[in-house]
Write a protein that binds this ligand. Sequence first.
Ligand code: NAD
Length: 252
Amino acid sequence: MATAFAGKVALVTGGGSGMGRATALAFAREGARVMVADIHARNAGETARMIADAGGEARDAQMDVSRPAEVEALIEATITAWGRLDYAFNNAGINIEHGPVADCAEEQWDRVMAINLKGVWLCMKYEIPRMLAAGGGCIVNNASIVGLTGSRNTPAYVASKHGIVGLTRAAALEYGRAGIRVNAVCPGAIKTQMYLDREGDDPENNARIAAANALNRLGSPDDVAGAVLWLCSDASAFVTGHCLVVDGGEIV
Ligand code: NAD
């Protein structure tokens, strides 16, 4: 097992699936102890078991990032378990709309905003005091290329992801002097459950979506995990407030 993050503690929300799971496994491979949080208990537990089976150390927690008390309890549980919090990948998110702005239902708007945007803010709200007390840390928020560009038929999602980009930049300015770096990843089309729920798995459709980027393939969760680990590593020590596009060259 590699040791780049030996002795460190990482928290991953939405760690039961997709990019969150891949990133939790990657942190563990590099020697970090990992708190895997997800609204789906069984999936979080499965990720933690995969880490343990590979010789790493993990715990799992069932929680909803849109609920302040549950976020606070998650951070407390992490500190109780290991006494520190070095890295956080605020990744949990949903994408449930299928229509333009005027057709977006208020319930959809509120739910997407509560999980995608308020959820990231709540996580940072409770992570940052722990990192301040320890003299530093690294936060990576999961936005999207649609945090930087427009996209049709998913207006609350687009707005929430633009919000994450703004929140990332604001926090980077506020906490840089205290040793906390705050960055975001902006993935393009990554083949995860969210992608499958939205696009299905028709080879022709997958090929059409892949052809929109320079590398002509869909991204994998590991493509994003690599970017997150780099943003948490000393190799990116002078990088903060950055929104790293991981899209195979879709919005170049
Ligand atoms: P995914 O569906 O595989 O994973 C999302 C995880 O978040 C799931 O395990 C889910 O249970 C969890 N989750 C959902 N709501 C939650 C809540 N309220 N509290 C805690 N956990 C919750 O999808 P993914 O593609 O890996 O998504 C991860 C992130 O990447 C999301 O923020 C998504 O918006 C973003 N993203 C995805 C793509 C893509 O193409 N798949 C592109 C850009 C950005």
